[in-house]
Design a protein around this ligand. Structure first.
Ligand code: IPE
Ligand code: IPE
Ligand code: MG
Length: 245
């Protein structure tokens, strides 16, 4: 059995379907995702998880209806304002990854992000990473642009451009790769989430819709991860009880 993962990353999916099933607007599903998220934060702290990354808004989510996008912008602003002290009291450091400088991101949200990060910056119990206006391809392209700029400026040798050089130019270079990625709602795809960092992650897909997810579901996903065999490209060890002939 593996230890509890250091870093768990979650694709919080299924809010719209949760709401549709109840005859409610999709936005009601997003609102019901908030208690699920905070129960998961408590669960992650109980389990001793050091890094929790949650996919809050993708670079592709701008293509949704204007009302839904506007709701999500206000909702995230409001959530940060209402919940930042609680996260701080829990010893959680809040960090955002993604393009917050995008002009489509409202100024109030940008300000709340900065406020939550500043308030919690010295907390050490757990780091909670909000992937907001985040896309893995944008992140990697941005790192590649930085590499190119430094090579062009003569401050980086072309021969030193290796995976570590790219990794050091991602949004949050100190973030360890997630050992476990969870996606709720039954979809089995990555949807542009942490493309670089999940090279050897274990994936757990659960049919539970995000508003119904909680700390018990998190513990179940972690249990499944702990039973997995991880190989990292190596050979399988001799299997006990199986005759090699
Ligand atoms: C995930 O739930 C939340 C965001 C993408 C912001 P969805 O809104 O994608 O819910 P479904 O997939 O339509 O059910
Ligand atoms: C991924 O979910 C993004 C977030 C959870 C924020 P989506 O619902 O946007 O992904 P697709 O469209 O099903 O791939
Ligand atoms: Mg979805």
């Amino acid at each position: 059995m593996h230890d509890v993962p250091r870093h768990v990353a979650i694709i919080m999916d299924g809010n719209g379907r949760w709401a549709n099933a109840r005859g409610l607007p999709r936005t009601a599903g997003h609102a019901r995702g908030e208690p699920a998220l905070f129960d998961v934060v408590h669960g992650a702290l109980e389990l001793g998880i050091e890094w929790l990354t949650v996919y809050a808004f993708s670079t592709e989510n701008w293509s949704r209806a204007r009302e839904e996008v506007e709701f999500l912008m206000h909702f995230n602003t409001d959530l940060l304002r209402r919940r930042r002290d609680e996260l701080d009291d829990l010893g959680v450091r809040v960090v955002f990854i993604g393009d917050r400088d995008d002009p489509r991101v409202p100024d109030e949200l940008r300000a709340e992000i900065a406020e939550a990060e500043a308030l919690t910056r010295d907390n050490r119990r757990m780091t909670m990473v909000f992937a907001f206006n985040y896309g893995g391809r944008v992140e990697i392209a941005r790192a590649a642009r930085r590499v190119a700029e430094e090579v062009a400026a003569g401050t980086l040798d072309l021969a030193d451009v290796d995976p570590e050089a790219v990794a050091r130019r991602l949004y949050l270079p100190e973030m360890p790769d997630p050992e476990l990625v969870i996606r709720t709602s039954g979809e089995q795809r990555i949807s542009n989430f942490l493309l670089w960092q999940v090279a050897y992650a274990e994936f757990v897909f659960t049919p539970v819709l995000w508003p119904d997810f909680d700390r018990n579901e998190l513990a179940r996903c972690v249990d499944e991860y702990r039973r997995r065999e991880r190989r990292f490209g190596g050979a399988v060890d001799a299997v006990a009880g199986v005759d090699p002939d």
